[in-house]
Every structure is written in structure tokens, then in C-alpha cells.
Design a protein. Structure first.
Length: 223
């Protein structure tokens, strides 16, 4: 994969998860556009990440900020990292900008305040809802629901695996290849319907994290 030739958009990139993902991808050499509903906040986040790269000795990071639709339009591949309450309006705002592209949906359908309880939506999963909302011309891939933002925002090796689901195997493989660049193992986990399993696991991990004061993930063994 030619990292410098791949532009990645992070829709909702000013939140903890999106910021951590932007950090990992930019440090790995990808061109990253941080998106937000507030363009000035996205631009500030981009400047902060570039400053962090300079102060940490990572070298110059190719990062910028834009509105969510503009970030999606300029990117080759888009990650959606927004809370479930903002999921539907965010997808509607970028729909015209992502046609023909791969969109990686990282959203988990958590319903506060009972986020430690599995509460999947009527549509089955956030990943399935994203595929319906964006249309069949968009290859939706669901991934990264079980990786804590704290891991992405650290400099440590991420000690967990990622279940990657989606209806297009080539798109799944593209996401797995990107995860490999940031030293995370991704696994083909079937069609987008199976996103429900990864999304549901997040609430279980929240319970484990509370009980054991950690940021637990999952591991696939025997492969």
C-alpha cells in the first residue's frame, strides 16, 4: 500500500476515538483529513496533531481539518467515528461525498446511561444502518468497535484484534491492510450483518473495564 498516496478522512475526528485514529494513521504516513461539524474545531485539531508530531520527533505529519462533508469528499477512504446519537444525521451529511468509496463505520449503538447493556438497534447494527443509509454504491465496512480510544491515543502497541465485516471482501481487505500498517491485526468476519456481534461486544468490554480497571480488547487465537 502506498501510504503517502492514500488520503484518509476521519468523520467526527475531533472526538477521542477519531483523534486517536488520526494520530495513528498520520504517524504511519497516511495523509489525514480530520472532519467535524465545526470546521474550525477540525482545523484546530489538525494543527494540534501536527504540533504533537513535531514535539514528539515523528517528523512532519500530513494532517488538515475540514467539515465532515469536505473531509469525506477529499478522502479516498473514510472512517466514521461519531456517537450513535449523531450517526444518522452524520451519514446523511456525507452521503453525496462518499459515493463509490469505502466507508469504515466505527460507531457502536450505545444508549446512555446504560452503555454497559447490549442495546442493538432495530436495523440490527450501526453497520447495517450505515449501509442502508449510504446506499449500495458505497462499500461499508464495520471495524474497530472493540479498540479503546485510550489505546489509539497512546504510543504503545495495541494488544487486541479487530473484527472486520462488510459485504465486499475487497473493501474488507483494504481496511485490514490499513490496520496492519498501524500494527493492528484485522480479521475477515463476514458480511455486514455480523457487525452486530462486534458492536454488542463493546458493552461487554465496558463491563470488564469497569470491573478490572483496564481497557480490555479481544484476541483471535488459533490462526
Amino acid at each position: 500500500m502506498e501510504k503517502s498516496a492514500t488520503t484518509v478522512g476521519i468523520v467526527g475526528g475531533t472526538g477521542d476515538l477519531g483523534a486517536g485514529l488520526a494520530r495513528r494513521l498520520a504517524r504511519a504516513g497516511f495523509k489525514v483529513i480530520i472532519g467535524s461539524r465545526n470546521e474550525s474545531q477540525a482545523q484546530a485539531a489538525g494543527e494540534a496533531l501536527k504540533a504533537l508530531g513535531d514535539s514528539s520527533g515523528w517528523g512532519a505529519l500530513n494532517v488538515s481539518g475540514a467539515s465532515n462533508p469536505d473531509a469525506a469528499a477529499a478522502a479516498d477512504l473514510i472512517f466514521v467515528t461519531v456517537p450513535f446519537a449523531a450517526h444518522a444525521p452524520t451519514l446523511e451529511s456525507i452521503k453525496g461525498s462518499v459515493q463509490g468509496k469505502v466507508v469504515v463505520d466505527v460507531t457502536v449503538p450505545l444508549v446512555p446511561p446504560k452503555v454497559a447493556r447490549v442495546q442493538l438497534p432495530e436495523g440490527g447494527s450501526a453497520g447495517q444502518l450505515a449501509q442502508i443509509a449510504l446506499g449500495e454504491n458505497v462499500r461499508v465496512v464495520s471495524a474497530l468497535q472493540n479498540v479503546a480510544a485510550a489505546h489509539l491515543n497512546s504510543d504503545d502497541t495495541i494488544d487486541c484484534d479487530v473484527l472486520v465485516t462488510g459485504n465486499n471482501k475487497e473493501a474488507r481487505q483494504q481496511v485490514i491492510d490499513i490496520l496492519e500498517v498501524i500494527e493492528v491485526r484485522g480479521f475477515h468476519a463476514g458480511m455486514i450483518n455480523n457487525a452486530a456481534a462486534a458492536e454488542a461486544l463493546t458493552s461487554i468490554l465496558i463491563n470488564i473495564n469497569k470491573q478490572y480497571k483496564t481497557h480490555a480488547g479481544i484476541r483471535i487465537t488459533g490462526v
